[in-house]
Design a protein around this ligand. Sequence first.
Ligand code: S3P
Length: 173
Amino acid sequence: MEKLFDYNIFLIGFMGAGKSTVAKYLNGTYGMRVVEMDQIIADREQMSIADIFRIHGEEYFRKLETALLVELQSQSNVVVSCGGGVPMREENVQAMKKNGRVVLLNARPETILERVKDNHDRPLLENHKSVDYIAELMEKRRPKYEAAADIRVATDGRSAKEICEDIIRQLRK
Ligand code: S3P
């Protein structure tokens, strides 16, 4: 299979923006190896993300995220599905830029709510599942997301195939 890129692709964006879905598609169609950050952290800690937040606190989780990103600098042609909070730390953005391009997936708050409403492994949204809450947190994060992004892709109403083709087209420009 053709190797798509000689750098890593970091998918960033709000919870439910479609990072995991896009990563899976890039794996299935182009054979890119996937790093699902939340999954790796949960496996290593042997507990769910919700339990890590509850037992150790958010700061502990954020440190694990940063350490994992630093590890990934030595890899290439990997697609990394980042946790939604990753771009909030400047050191994380630096680590992603070392050997990667940063792809921002956008979705409207209504779309996000629809995608996350039945999921209970997102401590920051538990008991806050409303369009208003999501819109507010999204606005708070937007400047950091925008600053980190090399390219931007809208995901509302689009299939994984369409989104990935858009990503590839923009990155090859
Ligand atoms: C978070 C997003 C989650 C997970 C954690 C915190 C965030 O990942 O890392 O619950 O701060 O936005 P997803 O974006 O994959 O849901």
